[in-house]
Ligand binder design. Structure first.
Ligand SMILES: C[S@@+](CC[C@H](N)C(=O)[O-])C[C@H]1O[C@@H](n2cnc3c(N)ncnc32)[C@H](O)[C@@H]1O
Length: 339
């Protein structure tokens, strides 16, 4: 029995989540109405916004005000303006526009209305983000990297140093980044080592973005672009010192994963290093919140996904032939091809 005077469980966690849903709803509605784009076009008063969008003034006024304390709008007297965040990421047509990605995959109201079905059936309800036909969405996810690459590159370089990249014994490392996204995680090595050569593999449109970023980072001459579907990827035998898989292997069931890792093993030079950067579940699958929430998110958006623990990976990697398998923090795993 719960003692009403002393043991009453708090509802704080629940209320906090409900409050975040409310905030997300405000942003979702603004994005659905393209409010930020309309304000960017010079419609700064309630009247001008209402007239342009042909909407009810009471509803719009309440929404506009609610967006201010969330940091997406600023208000002076009766005029509304964009903040740097909404100006950069929520104006349709800008190269860093992120709004549709947020709507379709993060807030994802329509998909989330079907989440219980995903749990009932074990089937994805929000599409398949391991399918090449999602390349436009992925480009939107990674386009902010065109602005934010310095921070990402600094973080990546610190990680590479912690993995001992400079102790690998090669002054001109050849690196393969499979499903590279913006490519910043491996291109960071090129910033520091002008002899490094980095092969980027992803969809054609994503590689266009990676190539633009490589120009900005001044590493374009060190980059080789290899467009195509990961499923058909041909990896040169013993062609690479490092093969990097970032946030991609958890899209695949075990047999497909083994096939991919076999190709990677073959593609590594003797002594070469495999790097897997993703979220690893704790062995009991009850503590690592990020990994377990990512597993849930992937249940909705990737039909064959599986978030694995270190031991899960270790067994698979040993079976493929890898040795010296180690975990570094929560999100990095390395393995070596024996010399
Ligand atoms: C979650 S992102 C990871 C990007 C990057 N590796 C990172 O760690 O940030 C997944 C990437 O995989 C790519 N991708 C998904 N399915 C693919 C496929 N079948 N073939 C090639 N690339 C694919 C997407 O275009 C996207 O860039």
């Amino acid at each position: 029995m719960i003692d009403e005077n002393t043991d009453v469980p708090s509802l704080e966690n629940v209320s906090e989540l409900e409050y975040w849903v409310l905030k997300a709803d405000v942003l979702k509605t603004a994005l659905e109405l393209d409010l930020f784009t309309v304000i960017h076009q010079g419609n700064n008063t309630l009247n001008a916004i209402v007239k342009t969008l042909e909407l009810d003034s009471r509803g719009v006024s309440i929404l506009l005000d609610a967006l201010c304390p969330l940091g997406f709008l600023k208000k002076s007297s009766s005029s509304y303006g964009l903040t740097t965040v909404s100006e950069t990421y929520f104006v349709r047509g800008k190269e860093t526009f992120y709004g549709d990605w947020t709507l379709r995959t993060q807030i994802a109201w329509q998909t989330r209305s079907k989440s219980a079905n995903a749990v009932r059936t074990g089937q994805a309800v929000g599409g398949d983000y391991s399918n090449p036909d999602k390349e436009d969405e992925w480009v939107m996810d990674y386009s902010p990297a065109l602005l934010r690459w310095r921070i990402a590159a600094d973080t990546a370089l610190k990680r590479w140093h912690s993995l001992g990249i400079n102790d690998l014994g090669c002054t001109a490392p050849k690196i393969l980044d499979v499903a590279c996204g913006s490519g910043v995680k491996t291109m960071a090595i090129g910033l520091e080592n002008k002899n490094a050569r980095i092969t980027l593999m992803d969809s054609p449109k994503m590689l266009e973005l990676a190539s633009r970023l490589a120009e900005k980072m001044d590493v374009r001459k060190q980059i080789v672009l290899c467009p195509g579907d990961l499923a058909d990827a041909k990896i040169e035998k013993e062609g690479f010192d490092i093969i990097h898989f970032g946030l991609i292997l958890y899209y695949y069931r075990e047999q497909r994963l083994i096939d991919i890792l076999r190709k990677a093993y073959r593609g590594l030079k003797p002594g070469g290093m495999l790097v897997i950067n993703e979220y690893f579940a704790d062995e009991n699958r009850c503590e690592n919140e990020t990994a377990l929430l990512v597993a849930y998110q992937l249940l909705l958006f990737a039909p064959d996904s599986e978030v694995r623990s270190f031991n899960d990976y270790s067994n698979i990697l040993k079976g493929v032939g890898f040795s010296s398998i180690s975990l570094h923090g929560d999100t990095l795993l390395t393995a070596r091809k024996g010399a």
